[in-house]
Design a protein around this ligand. Sequence first.
Ligand SMILES: NC(=O)c1ccc[n+]([C@@H]2O[C@H](COP(=O)([O-])OP(=O)(O)OC[C@H]3O[C@@H](n4cnc5c(N)ncnc54)[C@H](OP(=O)(O)O)[C@@H]3O)[C@@H](O)[C@H]2O)c1
Length: 283
Amino acid sequence: MILDGKAVSEKRLEILKEEIEESGLYPRLATVIVGEDPASQMYVRMKHRACERVGIGSVGIELPADVTTERVLEAVTRLNNDPDINGILVQLPLPAGVDTTRVIEAVAPDKDVDGFHPYNLGRLFSGTPIFAPCTPQGIMTILDEYKIPTRGKRAVVVGRSIDVGRPMAALLLNADATVTICHSKTENLEDEMRRADILVSAVGKAKFVGPEMVKEGATVIDVGINQDEQGKLSGDVDFEAVKDRAGAITPVPGGVGPMTIATLMENTFRAAKLRTCDNSTVR
Ligand SMILES: NC(=O)c1ccc[n+]([C@@H]2O[C@H](COP(=O)([O-])OP(=O)(O)OC[C@H]3O[C@@H](n4cnc5c(N)ncnc54)[C@H](OP(=O)(O)O)[C@@H]3O)[C@@H](O)[C@H]2O)c1
């Protein structure tokens, strides 16, 4: 079974559009981009387009690559204090000269629609999430849409970043899976991976996952985005070699990627709903 993230995201965006219309709310997302990295610019453009599609207002703050950390913090603080803004997204990675941890920790937790603030990660790990990071939350939506059971299943997550691997493990744990997190220092990695009923690869290396690492019938979730010299996109999984062994698998492109943006829109609407007592957000 191919897990069609594009189709799921289209469906979720349509539902969200109706929910926003019916709510009478006008959620607003602010994006902050530092520098001119073309991939980051493209992601931010896609996020603004998705906002427009579902009825979320969006503003974009653009800062030069040589900006100081203090200047980025000022921009974030202004957005924190702006009652018309419900969600703040700082596009990562930030240039080397900017302190990413300080910037992430400056975002008000109730506007942290990316779910990277330690408060939100702590809530997620304590089993009481408010905002979970969009990519792993989007993966949970795919599993849910395709009715792939997690309870009691053995899940193996390869990668331990704060945007994907760690929150993915927490979400699967919250969904009653038995979770193992692997990384570059894991011993006997292939053995660990072969035990997985649900295998999530978030490594960033093309053809990292071959059929010999996949249990027959496993669900394989490919988070990786890798580009070859010709600009062709691929995931971490050797899709052609693995697809007949897996029970279900996400393609790249068209799997996890589209869900990330759809989830960002859902998180922004949730942020607006959580503030409904503030009349400034009501049309
Ligand atoms: N589809 C989407 O929307 C989306 C969103 C975010 C990211 N991504 C993609 O997902 C991939 C991962 O992103 P990320 O931000 O999590 O990357 P990251 O911060 O670079 O993390 C990569 C992880 O992979 C582990 N790793 C690297 N080589 C390994 C090996 N040989 N064996 C086992 N583990 C290994 C690293 O282990 P250590 O911790 O030990 O170094 C690290 O934990 C990238 O391709 C990224 O572009 C996609």
